[in-house]
Design a protein around this ligand. Structure first.
Ligand code: NDP
Length: 451
């Protein structure tokens, strides 16, 4: 049968764009792609990129303070949100244009419309209908608002980058990546920030000691963290937003941000009437090769709710191309996914937490807590935390965790060693780079404890 396209991609985010480009340029496929919103998806337009630029912006408040301790004479008049926002959006426009031109230069035919599946090999795009040998769904996710009376008055992460002005105060509901990052950003920009989380410590799923340490450091830096607390109601008042907590107490904030997770974008894609199976949270169920329950439809990225990170969507895209277009079935190893939380200080982590590793058998834990040279000189009380989790029987490093400035940068390099299966001896025989924060990683000689 002749198809209009070898591959039709639904969604122009990180995963979809990568799959379309590689298919068009490296395997010579005829590719179409539909995106109803802006090219670049969550990461580029309303996630990682604008967030990281805000992290940089917010960090200057600290650097300005510290510069005085280093002898600088600094005069400044605060932070101009409108100026930053204008520049931010110009940068996002530039990046979107880059994404569009990458697709055009690759020969991918793009459609600025919503696409819907009509059957296993047919998509409706605006008023047009196309057939494709393979369809790839890469539609990402969207913020989830919990069922709290008045939650419509809360912002979600998408809204942050469009705020007209910076609020004086903000309550952030949630304790995951977005809640913690936004709490540090807002605090750094001078917003009185309170994070309200239902659990007993932020960043569930991370190493327990890492969670405790980063929470304490965030508090030291000025974020207020309220644990074991639900928000039961949000009311609009003259003073802003009145938030009722599960202990019955009420508090007022200028803005409330619901950072309470994300939902896969699988609705209204024509999947209801198809044989494509959907999971409990709306995720498209796929096998290890990203194939859905329909043999010609694949899905990658956040819409599959496996590991909702940009680099994972990109790797899933290349594995999909290898499997479907290069006759080389290829799947991702989800065991060693390095990740960073861009709080102040940052968290960087790869491999297992102590809690996960303890299931495998006896461990040696190496950890250190210290004041870095820079922070000490600046008169700050901040402490770096580092931890290596080593399997006793073979001395393999199972996990490596940092809470420190630039932990995201540090963990990328440590991840190479951990992914290669490095042992503690490999770390020990690595010569330190002095004076750095990360040299401590190769100078921890005695285990803090054995489990
Ligand atoms: P997360 O899953 O990380 O966190 C969601 C938070 O919301 C959790 O603390 C959760 O609590 C809480 N929550 C969920 N439902 C409710 C509810 N009904 N009432 C109150 N609290 C609730 O999601 P995020 O939205 O922060 O981020 C989405 C994903 O995006 C992340 O998981 C990550 O994969 C990715 N991301 C990655 C970043 C990075 O790499 N730096 C940055 C930002 C996002 P509980 O823990 O109790 O379930």
């Amino acid at each position: 049968m002749n198809f209009d396209y070898d591959l039709f991609v639904v969604g122009g985010g990180s995963g979809g764009v990568r799959a379309a480009r590689v298919a068009a340029t490296e395997v010579g496929a005829k590719v179409g792609l539909a995106e109803e919103d802006r090219y670049g998806g969550t990461c580029v337009i309303r996630g990682c990129v604008p967030k990281k630029l805000m992290v940089y912006a917010s960090d200057f408040s600290r650097q300005l303070e510290d510069s005085v301790a280093f002898g600088w004479i600094v005069k400044h008049d605060g932070f101009d949100w409108q100026k930053f926002r204008r520049k931010l959006h110009l940068e996002l426009d530039r990046l979107e244009a880059v994404y569009r031109s990458l697709l055009n230069n690759a020969g991918v035919e793009t459609y600025d419309h919503r696409a819907k599946l009509l059957d296993s090999n047919t998509v409706k795009v605006g008023e047009k209908t196309f057939t494709a040998r393979t369809i790839l769904i890469a539609t990402g996710g969207r913020p989830f608002r919990p069922n709290i009376p008045g939650i419509e008055n809360a912002l979600v992460s998408d809204d942050i980058f469009n705020m007209e002005k910076l609020p004086k105060s903000m309550a952030i509901i949630g304790g995951g990546y977005i809640a913690c990052e936004m709490a540090s950003i807002m605090n750094g920009l001078g917003v009185e920030t309170k994070l309200i989380y239902r659990g007993d410590q932020i960043l569930r799923g991370f190493d327990k000691e890492v969670r405790d340490h980063v929470a304490a450091e965030m508090v030291k830096n000025g974020v207020s963290i309220c644990l074991n607390t639900d928000v039961t109601e949000i009311n609009v008042t003259e003073a802003g937003l009145e938030l009722t907590k599960s202990n019955g107490k009420k508090e007022n904030f200028d803005k409330v941000l619901a950072a309470t997770g994300r939902t896969p974008n699988s609705n209204d894609l024509g999947l209801d009437s198809s044989d494509i199976k959907i999971g409990k949270t709306g995720e498209i169920l796929v096998d290890k090769y990203s194939k859905s329950s329909n043999g010609s439809v694949y899905a990658i990225g956040d819409v599959t709710n496996r590991s909702n990170l940009t680099p994972i969507a990109i790797r899933e895209a290349t594995s999909f191309i290898d499997t479907v277009f290069r006759d080389n079935p290829s799947r991702l190893d989800y065991r060693f996914i390095p990740t960073a939380v861009f709080t102040a200080p940052e968290v960087g982590t790869v491999g297992l937490t102590e809690e996960e590793a303890s299931e495998l058998g006896p461990l040696e834990i190496y950890s250190t807590k210290f004041k870095s040279m820079r922070e000490g000189f600046a008169g700050r009380e901040d402490r770096v935390f580092m931890k290596l989790i080593v399997e006793q029987k073979n001395q393999k490093v199972l996990g490596c965790h940092f809470v420190s400035p630039i932990a995201g940068e540090l963990v990328q390099l440590a991840a190479v060693a951990v992914t290669m299966g490095a042992t503690k001896l490999d770390f020990d025989r690595t010569i330190a780079v002095h004076p750095t924060i990360s040299e401590e990683l190769v100078t921890m000689r005695k285990p803090t404890r054995r489990t």
